[in-house]
Design a protein around this ligand. Structure first.
Ligand code: ACO
Length: 434
């Protein structure tokens, strides 16, 4: 919403000139300063590495108030969605903007359910990887390969094709994540079962073997679904921004999602769930927690408390609270209430939240802090954790891709820079170089 009266004035004292910059209001959250004509008007760029103060796009999907610890999808609080909705319904909400009617939900679930199989030839991509390849490497490669399989859903100017690409991506990610796991442990791939829910199907494809029947535990299936829901979207984070930037050139949607997977992999982003577990295992005992906190405060150690801190949240990540509750439910169900890693995590949280360093820097547990403990208890190997995050975040990536692709004037993303390299100089022939 642009208010004709709203602008801020910028004074360039060097040139003794003033510029008026429009101030735009969102529906909630901070106003933004419109700098689209800034370069044309001033001959200067703005400078914001890491985008700490830059809104990269307009979006109606997700809102975060990092100071208050608020997360809403299309206006619905994450707490309400986690309690009353499910992953596929929330994915629908992210993509279409409204909660589905009963009929629309039924159709949506059916579309997803009937796209879960992957092309049989895709198996060759899996078997081309070494067995010890990281599942994120496999997922990134295989999802990228989907771009060579589905030529009928790549025209992003066609709303129907966009929708089919969206169904395919959300439907096939659990199959691909499960296959990446199966390949790494040398077990046969398990085909999806249309009678199962999204989360049940994923557990079934991951943990069942042809030699015996697999019984789905409803508490674990519910927890799996909630973990997916909590990871479904998170505004313009690194991987979502990567998907948006990649697709701004109108690239193949499957390739754009593969770019998002690559970005998510890093330990500063989705890879943190793996890093948290590795850290807890390294700490090893509750008694060592104080030492670990001390080390995390010492910059020269290069060690950070994984699962702590967030670029946007300067308060408790609301997803972490729900994750902790889910963690209790799962460990109770599995008779692992006294899991030593959980005890270390609780002690770490307790000590860190009382420590001036963490208080001053507003570092709180984030979504990844407890998720690894749950996933490990459920039987997932540590190196698969981030593929589960990618599976869930595909809903958000697709929602942002759909939103961006339906903009009437989609612009290619092309940031500028502060150049600090050499100014023009003469080429020196090799024989004259010192
Ligand atoms: N442990 C110790 N110190 C930390 C931590 C941490 N986990 N996180 C931030 N700090 C300190 C930094 O050293 C810095 O101190 P300084 O101001 O004295 O230099 C200050 O807090 C701010 O940190 P930045 O790295 O500048 O903050 P930024 O917003 O760039 O980083 C990030 C956020 C990457 C999440 C960071 O907190 C971190 O590395 N956390 C651990 C990894 C992690 O859990 N990532 C998952 C994020 S959530 C997600 O993607 C799902």
């Amino acid at each position: 919403m642009t208010d004709a009266q709203a602008f801020i004035t910028l004074t360039d004292h060097e040139k003794n000139q003033q510029y008026k910059l429009p101030r735009i209001k969102g529906s909630v959250g901070p106003d933004v300063v419109d700098i689209r004509k800034f370069y044309a008007d001033t001959g200067m760029f703005t400078f914001d590495p890491g985008f700490t103060s830059t809104g990269s796009c307009e979006s109606k999907i997700t809102f975060i108030d990092g100071d208050q610890g608020v997360l809403m999808h299309r206006g619905y609080a994450i707490e309400d969605l986690a309690e009353k909705s499910d992953f596929l319904e929330t994915a629908y909400l992210l993509i279409y903007g409204e909660l589905p009617s009963a009929k629309a939900k039924q159709d949506w679930v059916k579309h997803i359910t009937y796209h879960t199989m992957v092309h049989e030839q895709l198996i060759k991509f899996f078997t081309g990887f070494r067995r010890d390849a990281h599942p994120m490497a496999v997922m990134c490669g295989v999802v990228g390969a989907l771009s060579a399989f589905y030529h009928d859903s790549t025209d992003l100017h066609d709303p129907h094709q966009r929708e089919v690409a969206c169904h395919r991506l959300i439907a096939k990610m659990p199959t691909i994540a499960a296959m990446a796991y199966k390949y790494s442990v040398g077990q046969p791939f398990v085909y999806p079962q249309n009678s199962l829910s999204y989360a049940e199907n994923f557990l079934y494809m991951t943990f069942s073997v042809p030699a015996e029947p697999y019984k789905i535990n409803p508490i674990l299936a519910r927890a799996m679904d909630r973990i997916f829901l909590l990871h479904a979207d998170h505004e313009q984070n690194a991987s979502t921004s990567t998907v948006r930037l990649a697709s701004s050139s109108q690239a193949n949607p499957f390739a754009c999602i593969a770019a998002g997977i690559a970005s998510l992999w890093g330990p500063a982003h989705g890879g943190a769930n793996q890093a948290v577990l590795e850290m807890l295992m390294e700490i090893g005992r509750k008694e060592n927690v104080g030492e670990a906190v001390k080390k995390a405060k010492d910059k020269s150690s290069g060690f950070r408390l994984m699962g702590f801190g967030h670029r946007v949240y300067k308060n408790y990540d609301p997803r972490a609270k729900i994750m902790k509750k889910t963690c209790d439910e799962v460990l109770n169900e599995l008779g692992m209430r006294h899991d030593p890693l959980l005890e270390i995590a609780i002690e770490l949280e307790r000590i860190a939240l009382q420590d001036d360093y963490f208080i001053e820097k507003k570092l709180y547990p984030n979504v990844d802090f407890y998720s690894g403990i749950i996933l490990r208890a459920m039987g997932f190997p540590i190196n698969t954790f981030t593929t589960l995050f990618a599976l869930a975040r595909t809903a958000g990536w697709v929602a942002h891709w759909m939103e961006q692709s339906s903009e009437p004037q989609m612009k290619i993303g092309r940031p500028r820079q502060l150049y600090t390299g050499p100014a023009k100089r003469d080429f020196v022939p090799v024989e004259k170089r010192g």
